[in-house]
Design a binder for this molecule. Structure first.
Ligand SMILES: Nc1ncnc2c1ncn2[C@@H]1O[C@H](COP(=O)(O)OP(=O)(O)O)[C@@H](O)[C@H]1O
Ligand SMILES: [Mg+2]
Length: 239
């Protein structure tokens, strides 16, 4: 069963074609990594799926229903949650209030269950702290705590490992695996740290200049000639 099926999705910003004819299938209960150099369109794809941006063409089928163009809160209520590449806490509200606010979008949660989420994200000592005062790593975990409170069927996590150290990446990875196992969450995770991504993701998708250039297992994607050329071409311009 496919939780997400994207067909023929395209997006332009002025003259810039940011996504071009993207097709993507996400299996139920699976973590899929989406990789690609900066500017390849990963965040735009997340913005389109979550409704932050309105698609200009194509279909986004979530559990068989085309959600393309739905408002962000409608998409969230249907079971699609996302985190932002640059954390976006509700400043002026405490960490616990941030997580509670998120939980209200999809239902209600007891204070105990919200505090449990804070413990899992190592945020229990900051429960009553204004989210504006958190360190960057703590803000990353607050993003995750908020989506955990929503128990999503589909989760989009935009570069969640960026700016974290190895043990924080491992903690974050374990929480993503736990969401898959406890809530049946399917996740699309973007990033550059492919070694860490390979520990959680069963499938890989490579994006380059708005086009999907490879799909498959980690080994299939990293050995794909187009992927090798994209990465070596950009890092070894002189060679
Ligand atoms: N709101 C916007 N207006 C104009 N151009 C944008 C906007 N958002 C992203 N872009 C451009 O779209 C391209 C893809 O960006 P993005 O989706 O953020 O890529 P990635 O997440 O893979 O780094 C980039 O060239 C970026 O500069
Ligand atoms: Mg991005």
């Amino acid at each position: 069963m496919q939780v997400l099926k994207i067909e023929n999705l395209s997006h332009v910003f002025g003259p810039l074609k940011v996504l071009e004819d993207v097709y993507l299938d996400l299996e139920d209960n699976t973590i899929t990594a989406i990789i690609g150099p900066n500017g390849s369109g990963k965040s735009t794809l997340f913005n389109l799926i979550s409704g932050t941006l309105r698609p200009q063409g194509g279909n986004i089928l979530f559990n068989g229903i085309n959600i393309a163009g739905f408002k962000p809160y409608v998409i969230a209520r249907r079971g699609v949650s996302r985190t932002f590449q640059d954390p976006q806490p509700l400043c002026g509200m405490t960490v616990l209030e941030n997580v509670k606010t998120a939980s209200l979008l999809t239902g209600t949660a007891s204070k105990e269950s919200l505090l449990r989420i804070l413990v899992q994200c190592s945020l229990e000592n900051e429960a009553d702290t204004d989210a504006a005062g958190l360190s960057f790593a703590k803000l990353r975990f607050l993003e995750l705590a908020r989506v955990m409170a929503m128990k999503p069927k589909l989760l989009l996590v935009d570069e969640p490992f960026s700016g974290l150290n190895t043990s924080e990446i491992e903690r974050m990875s374990n929480l993503l695996l736990r969401m898959r196992d406890e809530f049946g969450t399917s996740t699309l995770i973007s990033g550059h740290l492919v070694g860490h991504l390979a520990k959680v993701a069963k499938e890989f998708v490579a994006l380059h200049r708005g086009k999907v250039i490879a799909k498959g297992s980690f080994d299939e994607v990293r050995n794909n000639p187009a992927v090798i050329e994209t990465y070596l071409g950009e890092s070894n311009v002189e060679n």
